[in-house]
Design a binder for this molecule. Structure first.
Ligand SMILES: CC(C)(COP(=O)(O)OP(=O)(O)OC[C@H]1O[C@@H](n2cnc3c(N)ncnc32)[C@H](O)[C@@H]1OP(=O)(O)O)[C@@H](O)C(=O)NCCC(=O)NCCS
Length: 194
């Protein structure tokens, strides 16, 4: 997998996760504000990034996960890891997976999550044989709700998340997006993408 521009935002790229990203991910993921609304643990283990990257690279080989570092070279020209996005739990026929992302706190509010999520959807629908995506966010996580809406996801209702981190009091907004509806919504732009 090669480095991919997130075409919605100049200077934002998705790079397949590799150990080279570990140091930046370790620093950004250790902020409690990332864990507050995502499945990232807190406190973040001292070797958390390396352990997770090794795990997800192995899962990628098995076709079960595809994760990317969100990288910015806006302005300075130097590549900076600003967050992570990916599709997890890929399984079934047709292939279905769970989309997720986080952006480091210093980089919030610049459109990075929106650009990364759009690029990620394109990559997994066009290159990884994924036919259906699902995602969810805590109801209080309005920025994430907005990211999913802007990426084309359908809000299908409310419910719980199976991750052990969350209890019955943690209510999630649930979303879905099928490749067919994404293709239809993007048909008029298809000439610009290739
Ligand atoms: C959610 C998160 C990924 C958003 O990242 P981001 O790069 O700041 O998002 P964007 O800049 O693309 O902005 C997304 C939208 O949220 C909106 N937004 C930002 N802060 C907001 C707030 N407090 N209330 C409502 N909307 C808000 C933005 O205006 C934007 O919408 P717009 O384009 O219609 O204006 C980031 O806050 C994060 O990583 N949080 C912690 C981990 C997490 O929650 N991950 C997602 C788990 S579901």
């Amino acid at each position: 997998m090669s480095i991919r521009p997130a075409s919605d935002l100049a200077g934002i790229y998705l790079e397949p996760i590799a150990l080279a990203h570990a140091k930046a991910i370790q620093t950004l993921a250790s902020d409690a504000r990332i864990a507050a609304t995502s499945n990232v643990p807190h406190p973040y283990p001292l070797d958390g990034a390396v352990t997770w990257i090794r795990y997800t690279m192995a899962q990628r080989e098995l076709g079960r996960e595809v994760n990317f570092a969100v990288v910015s070279d806006q302005g300075s020209g130097a590549a900076t890891v600003v967050g992570v996005c990916g599709v997890l739990n890929i399984a079934g026929t047709p292939r279905r997976g769970e989309l997720g992302y986080w952006i480091g706190v210093p980089y919030w509010g610049r459109g990075y999550a929106s650009a990364a999520a759009k690029a990620l959807v394109r990559i997994v629908f066009e290159e990884h044989g994924v036919a259906e995506l699902y995602s969810s966010c805590l109801i209080r996580n309005q920025p994430s709700f907005r990211v999913l809406q802007k990426t084309g996801f359908r809000h299908i209702g409310y419910g719980l998340h199976p991750h052990t981190k969350w209890g019955p009091e943690d209510r999630f907004a649930l979303f879905e997006l099928a490749r067919g509806e994404w293709l239809e919504a993007n048909a008029s732009l298809s000439g610009d993408r290739r």
